[in-house]
Design a protein around this ligand. Sequence first.
Ligand code: SF4
Ligand code: SF4
Length: 322
Amino acid sequence: MPETLIANLKVQRYDPESDNPEVYYQDYEVEVEDWFTVLDALIKIREEIDGTLSLRCACRASICGSCAMRVNGEAKLVCKTRLDSVWSPGESVTIDPPGNMPVITDLVADFKPFWDKVRQVDPYMQPTGPVPTAEYLAPNKDMVHLAGVMNCIMCGACVSDCTVLEVDDRFIGPAALAKAYRFVADPRDGKKKERLGVLNDDTGIWDCTRCMQCVEVCPKDVDPMGRIMVMRDMAMEEGFTNTSGARHTESFYNSVKRSGRLNETRLAIESMGVLNIPGQISMAPVGVKALIKGKLPNPLDHKIPSKAAVKKIVEHSEEPSK
Ligand code: SF4
Ligand code: SF4
């Protein structure tokens, strides 16, 4: 007879209507099968042990995007996460609600900030020009790269774990930016430049720190960070180059092409804007500290011996692909 498996789940609880509305963890021991997902275990707890436990789920087949929550500190769609991939007998698995959103109760978060950000990017087609008299058939080559981003199920896992949203809730965030890409890159939309102009603002595409966490946790391989990087290129191609992010990119690129290595001092100065005197003054204390500690590289380029080879690689990468 197969051995009975008892899983230990440490679940975040919060009841705003209790006399003492505090966040705490409750330990549950639940009998599980070896094929259980985390969601199966949570539902079993709710149905057989503690009917007061609140969680959100619907399809149980990673389609609806309802059940994103943190498992051992990382966002996951719990219907898609096998229990044995995050828990071993003798240990406990910790379940929290998704992050970067207010908690309503237990494992249920308020998705209003998520949807507000999606609305912010005008998530609908805005064609311009005469009204078409027949179906607009977009070429396959223009649409095939959109298939991945259209797989987004709006689960919020990427938003939950975005490291920038954790410190700055004004950032549009990975899900809404991936949604923006879906329209920016669609040849049927007529507002590409206007969209990129808005996304180029302080809280948009340049705010991402490229930590890759959204890529890591997305259950549908949408690659929000990759989409953000493509929109940075698109914005610069459309002439939106007057941001510290765009200047940073240019400076980095020119430095490597020129000398074969990165010149960090010039990078800082050029990213801020050479003519941005108040900005340069504000950075001076950091520069002085770095100088005192011997960490300020010489602003004159140190060319590496094989710089010609690096330049060749860069020039090769600039050639149009055949
Ligand atoms: S890569 Fe950018 S958008 Fe994605 S989680 Fe990190 S900071 Fe957020
Ligand atoms: S991009 Fe991925 S993680 Fe983010 S909402 Fe869409 S499906 Fe979920």
